[in-house]
Design a protein around this ligand. Structure first.
Ligand code: HEM
Length: 414
C-alpha cells in the first residue's frame, strides 16, 4: 500500500480499497444503499490486507477518538503535503498528530472564537437578504440556481471576511477554492489537469496569504489573519508556513462543505414537503433541523484516512501498527444502531450527535460558523416559496464532498 495517494502510484484505489466504485453514477446519485450493504457485511471491513473501510457509527467514532490512530508519516495523505519555496514541509494541521496538531489547533480555536463567529451573524443575515433579493429579481417563472445564487456565494463571502481578505480580492478566493475543493479528493479521483489546477491554486493562495500576513503585521486589523500574525510574531508558536497552510485549510475545509450543506439541506427539505412544513411551523427549532440535514445527507462524506500508530483494534478486530482506515462518516450517520429508521428524514428528531463534523481531536473547528451560516440561509428560505425546478440537478464529482454543481429552483415571495 506504499503507493497510495501518490501521483505516480500504481495502486487502483477504486478496485482495491473501496468496496464500491465511487465513479459509478448510481453510487453518486445515492450512495446510501451501497453503504448499507457494506455496513451489513462488516461495519469495519478489511478490504485488502492492512486496509479498513469503516461505515459503522460506533466503529467510526471509536477510531476518531482513539489516539493510537493518527496520520503518522503522512503516507496516506501524501497528496495534501507540499513544500514551500524554502523547502519547508507544508502540512495543514488537519493532517498532523500531537503535539504539533494540538499546538496549532489551540491557537486557531482561540483566534476562531465564538465571539468572532457570532460577530458575523448580522453580516450573514444582510448577505442572505441581498443574495435572495438579487436571485428573485428576474421573471418568477424562470428557475434560479440556488448553488450559485446562495449556497456558494454566502460561505465564500463569510470566510473571506473572517480571514480578512479585502472585498476586491474575493473573486480570487472562489477561483482557488473550487480547485482546492476538487483537490481534497485522493489523487486517483483526479485528472492530471485537476491536479495541476490544485497545485497552482495552492501556490497562488499561499503567496497571496503570505503577503496579506506581512501587511497585517505592519497594520493589524480585526480579523483572523491579524490574530494568527500576532501569535506567529513570537516565533515559537507558529511559523509563517504554518500560518499560510492554516489559512488555506480554513478555506478548503470551510467553503465548499458549508455550500453543500446548504444545497443538500434545501434539496432534502424540498423532497420532503411535510418536513419543510414542520420547520416553517417551528422556526425556533432551526438548530435541530440543520443537525438532522447534516446527518441525513452529509456534505463531507469522509473524515479521511487514519493510520494505526501502534497495535490497536477497531471494535473487537485487531489492527496492527501501520494499517490504514478510511472513515466514512456519511455512512456512519445512516447506521440504524445509532439512529432509528436512519433513512427517514425527520427534522424533529433529537438525534444523538452525528459524525458530520467528525469527532475527537480533529472535530471541525468551523462547526459554529457552518451552523450559523446554514441556519441563517434556511431561516430566510423558509419565509419564501421554493420549488425544485428539476428532478435531476447535476451533482459534483467528488468522493470527499457530496453535493450539487447546480440546484435549479423556483423562488417566489410567500
Ligand atoms: C475538520 C466537516 C465547515 C474548518 C472537519 C472534519 C469534518 C468537517 C468531518 C474532521 C476531519 C478529520 O477528522 O480529519 C465540516 C462540515 C462543514 C465544515 C460538514 C460544513 C457544513 C467548516 C468551516 C471551517 C472548517 C466553515 C472553517 C472556516 C475545519 C478545520 C478542520 C475541520 C480547520 C480541522 C480540525 C482539526 O484537524 O483539528 N470538518 N466542516 N470546517 N474543519 Fe470542518
Amino acid at each position: 500500500v506504499g503507493d497510495i495517494d501518490t501521483p505516480s502510484g500504481e495502486f487502483d484505489f477504486a478496485a482495491n480499497l473501496l468496496p464500491f466504485d465511487p465513479l459509478d453514477p448510481a453510487f453518486q446519485a445515492d450512495p446510501y444503499p451501497f453503504f448499507r450493504l457494506v455496513r451489513e457485511t462488516a461495519p469495519a471491513l478489511c478490504t485488502q490486507p492492512g486496509m479498513w473501510v469503516v461505515t459503522g457509527f460506533r466503529e467510526c467514532s471509536a477510531v476518531l477518538r482513539n489516539p493510537k490512530f493518527g496520520h503518522g508519516d503522512g503516507r496516506l495523505v501524501a497528496s495534501q503535503i507540499t513544500h514551500d519555496a524554502e523547502g519547508n514541509v507544508v502540512r495543514p494541521f488537519v493532517f498532523m498528530d500531537p503535539p504539533d496538531h494540538t499546538r496549532i489547533r489551540s491557537l486557531v480555536t482561540k483566534a476562531f472564537s465564538a465571539r468572532m463567529v457570532e460577530r458575523l451573524r448580522p453580516t450573514a443575515e444582510r448577505l442572505v437578504g441581498e443574495l435572495l433579493a438579487a436571485a428573485m429579481s428576474g421573471p418568477a417563472d424562470e428557475p434560479v440556481d440556488l448553488m450559485a445564487e446562495l449556497a456558494f456565494a454566502l460561505p465564500s463571502n463569510l470566510i473571506s471576511e473572517l480571514l480578512g481578505m479585502p472585498p476586491q480580492d474575493k473573486p480570487l478566493f472562489e477561483q482557488w477554492s473550487s480547485a482546492l475543493g476538487r483537490g481534497l479528493d485522493p489523487d486517483f479521483m483526479l485528472s492530471p489537469e485537476e491536479m495541476q489546477r490544485r497545485d497552482q491554486a495552492r501556490t497562488e493562495f499561499d503567496g497571496y496569504f503570505a503577503e496579506l500576513a506581512r501587511r497585517r503585521r505592519a497594520e493589524p486589523a480585526d480579523d483572523l489573519v491579524s490574530a494568527l500574525v500576532a501569535v506567529e510574531e513570537d516565533g515559537r508558536n507558529l511559523s509563517m508556513s504554518e500560518l499560510v497552510s492554516t489559512c488555506r485549510l480554513l478555506l478548503s475545509a470551510g467553503y465548499l462543505s458549508t455550500a453543500h450543506l446548504i444545497g443538500n439541506g434545501v434539496n432534502a427539505l424540498l423532497r420532503h414537503p411535510e418536513q419543510f412544513e414542520w420547520f416553517r411551523a417551528h422556526p425556533d427549532q432551526v438548530a435541530g433541523v440543520v443537525e438532522e440535514l447534516l446527518r441525513y445527507d452529509s456534505p463531507v462524506q469522509t473524515a479521511g484516512m487514519r493510520t494505526a500508530l501502534q497495535d490497536t483494534e477497531i471494535g473487537d478486530q485487531p489492527v496492527s501498527a501501520g494499517e490504514g482506515a478510511m472513515l466514512l462518516v456519511g455512512a456512519a450517520n445512516r447506521d440504524p444502531a445509532a439512529f432509528p429508521d436512519p433513512d427517514r428524514l425527520d427534522v424533529s428528531r433529537k438525534p444523538e450527535r452525528n459524525l458530520g463534523f467528525g469527532i475527537g481531536a480533529h472535530f471541525c473547528v468551523g462547526a459554529p460558523l457552518a451552523r450559523l451560516t446554514t441556519q441563517v440561509a434556511l431561516t430566510a428560505l423558509a419565509g419564501l416559496r421554493v420549488e425544485l425546478a428539476t428532478d435531476d440537478a447535476p451533482r459534483i464529482n467528488n468522493l470527499v464532498l457530496r453535493g450539487f454543481a447546480e440546484l435549479p429552483v423556483f423562488l417566489r415571495a410567500a
